[in-house]
Design a protein around this ligand. Structure first.
Ligand SMILES: NC(=O)c1ccc[n+]([C@@H]2O[C@H](COP(=O)([O-])OP(=O)(O)OC[C@H]3O[C@@H](n4cnc5c(N)ncnc54)[C@H](OP(=O)(O)O)[C@@H]3O)[C@@H](O)[C@H]2O)c1
Length: 209
């Protein structure tokens, strides 16, 4: 998904597979693949940062564009996995947060463009969730308190409930909803400062590298 040539190569096979094995019915595309990196930019290295953009942004746009004709022909929904990181600048995860801000805004705008086509989008904005994400981002186990993390099943259920309700954006969990509500009341520079304080104080010392 982070390599344009691979997407180009795989999509015809995927479309042929769907036409043969699942020729009818609405289509759900879930743009979930993504990763982050924790540290001072451009740690761990610039190549990693650029691959993140290739996956979180470029791959998502490319893949969606290539599947859109199928979605429009059969109707369906696109779930774009953004993050609560989309709502404020995220120091020490600067590229990641900005990539998710792109996903959130792009998803909402695309939904407007798709009105009347039978295709809609949902921007799913989870907060900390118990997956491999933080380890892969370079943080040690326990960097994010378990009490702040949601389980994957709860996040998925929140997404399905939002879909059923015809919503275009969902922040799962009341703690995440509250933090997004508060942070979006602040000016962007203040939100950036606050996020930097939180991310540095509680997490910087836990970096593995
Ligand atoms: N966990 C959180 O706290 C959290 C919070 C907000 C948003 N999110 C978002 O949720 C989504 C899923 O992440 P997760 O939490 O489930 O983390 P995860 O357990 O690390 O899973 C990441 C997923 O992305 C795929 N992936 C990673 N690098 C890839 C690459 N270069 N090319 C193709 N696929 C790649 C992985 O595939 P392989 O396993 O095959 O490598 C895996 O399916 C991401 O978009 C992430 O930004 C996560």
């Amino acid at each position: 998904m982070s390599r344009a040539a691979e997407i180009e190569r795989v999509v015809p096979d995927l479309l042929a597979f769907l036409a043969q094995r699942m020729p009818a019915g609405r289509v759900m595309l879930i743009n979930n693949s993504g990763f982050g990196a924790y540290g001072h930019f451009p740690e761990p290295n610039l190549e990693h940062q650029l691959e993140m953009l290739d996956l979180n942004v470029r791959g998502l746009v490319d893949f969606t564009a290539k599947l859109l004709p199928l979605l429009k022909a059969r109707g369906g929904v696109i779930i774009n996995v953004a993050s609560t990181a989309a709502f404020q600048p995220t120091a020490f995860m600067a590229t990641y947060g900005a990539s998710k801000a792109f996903v959130l805004h792009w998803s909402l705008a695309l939904n407007e463009e798709l009105r009347g086509t039978g295709v809609s989008t949902l921007a799913l904005c989870p907060g900390a969730t118990a997956t491999e994400f933080f380890r892969r981002a370079g943080l040690q186990q326990g960097s994010v308190a378990d009490s702040l993390s949601m389980g994957c099943e709860d996040v998925v259920m929140a997404a399905y409930r939002a879909l059923a309700a015809g919503r275009t954006q969902v922040v799962p969990g009341w703690k995440n909803k509250l933090s997004v509500f508060l942070v979006t009341k602040l000016s962007k520079p203040l939100a950036a400062r606050l996020a930097a304080m939180v991310l540095s104080r509680f997490r910087l010392k836990k970096v593995k590298r």
